[in-house]
Unconditional design. Structure first.
Length: 467
């Protein structure tokens, strides 16, 4: 048993919350599915829901007697429909949770989804392992003291599957479209977030169901969304719906990343080459037609403002210039020698930032060969790592150049977020020194207003500049 823990931002202070557990017991608290069907039917008969979308989630306290009381919910508008749902839920009779044979107070979550002009309700069990604290970050740089002077300039907000309709706390691939809608992809489903409302992508509005495991997603220059799962490519165009592409001949080894180039090409990295798609024409670059590739196992690809394409493989990196000349970095004395580029960013001055990985030595700790390389317009290189700079760790998961503040953001898998002002100003934000929910960052995105979103192992983080 624990003291009261409200999961959602909208709270109701009328329940007896002296002591209860969260979705605990064996068996856990439950209600007959017919009860939720009855509630849904009452709402459907009272409201016209033909244009409604998204979902509402309620945390319900179930007492040992079986009576219920809504503790918190996620509807900031406090609509009349939500008020009715709270009233109906408070009138239900439940089977309470049992601990050591005794009925106890516990809270459960109930989700009501809108689809095809109707509402339907179901219980949503919690994965209590994901509610555990993120743990302490690992900072390998012991020479730098992070004072983080810019931290006070940001508002942090966190959504998890317990205080919002997120399908899962962990998202290793997501994308921001040109209308500032975040497509949040997980192994347990895909949802869209417009900054206020989460709208699930499910069997009612897509070719896949609400719990489909999405492997990668990207947005192209035309604002079309490309989704990879089950060795198929799906394209979604606003107003036109979904289209399925079958590239099995090219994608048989499996896609690792979908990347969007400046000239409109889509780049699919695979274990046997780079698949380039332009206007639905498909070209495969592999060791047969591009022998300079150190390996056919492609990890990352990027085209810069000078129309050069950079390809990182498990055995090193190459660059192809606009005249089709190839530079192999395994024989050059640069920071890229024998290393794979895994991410990139370019600023308005033409400086290119590459995250590096030693694919031959992918240890769980801190590899001294990993880090960040900067290529300047004059052709000079600079290498940054946690021994010669303010980087807290060498392994970078994602990079974002913030064109609004002219700083570079990096995500790490052990040390949280890194903010670099491109000169000598290093800041490091994680769960021990900021409102960030954890220290494992997967992806960074920015909308047209400058707001940054970070997907983490502990939920979705939004970082907004204070004005």
């Amino acid at each position: 048993m624990s003291s009261a823990q409200n999961l959602f931002l909208q709270k109701i202070e009328i329940c007896d919350t002296a002591s209860f557990c969260v979705d605990c017991g064996s068996p856990k608290a439950t209600c007959d599915p017919f009860t939720l069907d009855q509630i849904s039917d009452r709402i459907n008969r009272k409201y016209i829901l033909k244009d409604a979308s998204g979902s509402l989630t309620f945390q319900v306290l179930v007492e040992p007697s079986g009576f219920s009381c809504v503790l918190s919910y996620d509807d900031a508008t406090n609509s009349p429909l939500t008020a009715d749902l709270i009233r109906y839920l408070n009138g239900c009779i439940w089977k309470p949770a049992m601990v050591n044979g005794q009925a106890v107070s516990s809270s459960v979550n109930v989700v009501f989804k809108f689809a095809h002009g109707a509402i339907s309700g179901r219980m949503a069990r919690l994965d209590l392992r994901q509610m555990e604290p993120a743990g302490a970050p690992v900072i390998y740089n012991t020479a730098t003291t992070y004072t983080n002077p810019s931290l006070k300039n940001y508002d942090f907000k966190v959504w998890t599957k317990y205080n919002s309709p997120l399908p899962d706390n962990i998202s290793q691939t997501s994308a921001m479209d040109k209308l500032d809608v975040l497509w949040y992809a997980t192994s347990k489903g895909l949802t869209r977030f417009d900054g206020k409302t989460f709208n699930p992508v499910n069997e009612y509005n897509s070719p896949f169901n609400a719990e489909t495991a999405v492997q990668d997603i990207a947005v192209d220059k035309d604002n079309d969304k490309w989704v990879y799962l089950d060795n198929r490519i799906y394209k979604y165009r606003d107003g036109a719906g979904w289209q399925i592409f079958d590239f099995k001949k090219f994608l048989a080894p499996g896609v690792t990343h979908i990347l969007n180039s400046r000239n409109g090409e889509l780049l699919f990295t695979t274990k046997s080459g780079l698949v380039v798609v332009r206007k639905e024409k498909v070209v495969l670059l592999n060791k047969k037609n591009l022998p300079e590739l150190p390996s056919g196992n492609i990890i990352y690809a990027f085209d810069d403002s000078q129309k050069r394409i950079w390809i990182g493989t498990t055995k090193g990196t190459i660059m192809i210039d606009k005249n089709a000349r190839v530079t192999t970095f395994n024989t050059s004395e640069t920071p890229l020698k024998n290393l794979c580029i895994t991410g990139s960013a370019e600023d308005e001055n033409g400086n290119i930032y590459f995250s590096l990985a030693d694919e031959d030595n992918k240890t769980a700790g801190d590899n001294a060969k990993d880090g960040m390389a900067v290529l300047r317009p004059d052709g000079s290189w600079t290498l940054y790592n946690d021994k010669n700079s303010g980087m807290p760790a060498n392994h970078i998961t994602n990079m974002l150049y913030d064109k609004f503040e002219h700083v570079l953001w990096m995500g790490t898998d052990q040390s949280g977020l890194v903010r670099f002002d491109l000169k000598d100003g290093w800041e490091n934000y994680h769960n021990n020194n900021s409102p960030a929910p954890g220290h494992k960052i997967y992806q960074l995105m920015q909308d047209s207003r400058g707001t940054i979103y970070a997907t983490t192992a502990n939920g979705l983080l939004r970082i907004a500049k204070k004005y």
